[in-house]
Design a binder for this molecule. Structure first.
Ligand SMILES: Nc1ncnc2c1ncn2[C@@H]1O[C@H](COP(=O)(O)OP(=O)(O)OP(=O)(O)O)[C@@H](O)[C@H]1O
Ligand SMILES: [Mg+2]
Length: 136
């Protein structure tokens, strides 16, 4: 394989969500993920990009190839400087959302990936990191 493939996309408008989804899926395919995992990765990218747009108005998605102990994987980072999340645990579990309706985006995302990290500070912003490894 050539140099580490990576992408960086600014998310600030509806079409950027489609670009984020498409580019993440494309990179997943390039790395060698099967079609089911490509779809999972596309779904995750879409959910997290929508979150950036809807809750923080703008941010960036960075995706890159991982290589560790002979395994290939994909890391995607979503970073914004939006309002942050006051109760990260509830947000991630999809429980007691502020608006009273069930939130499924983050909890579903967590299930679809191997590693899920979220760091958020009120008034500073939110960073979500997901990693998915290729089965061998
Ligand atoms: N990037 C973000 N910046 C600020 N708040 C966020 C961000 N992402 C998520 N949140 C907060 O976490 C909550 C849970 O997010 P989640 O994606 O699970 O649900 P949702 O976006 O409200 O609804 P949906 O089920 O349509 O995704 C949101 O309601 C929002 O309050
Ligand atoms: Mg959401």
């Amino acid at each position: 394989m050539g140099p580490t493939p990576s992408i960086s996309i600014t998310i600030q408008d509806e079409p950027d969500v489609v670009i984020a989804r498409t580019e993440a899926k494309y990179l997943a395919r390039e790395i060698g993920f099967d079609q089911v995992d490509q779809s999972r990765i596309a779904t995750v990218a879409s959910e997290l990009a929508v979150n950036v747009l809807r809750h923080a108005h703008q941010g960036v998605m960075r995706a890159s190839l991982l290589q560790q102990n002979g395994l290939f994987g994909l890391e995607i980072v979503f970073q914004d400087q939006g309002p942050g999340i006051p109760d990260v645990e509830s947000a991630v579990n999809g429980t007691s959302p502020p608006n009273g309706k069930n939130s499924l985006g983050l909890s579903a995302t967590k299930i679809l990936v191997d590693e899920f990290e979220i760091e958020s500070q009120v008034g500073q912003g939110t960073t979500v990191v997901i990693r998915k490894w290729m089965r061998c």
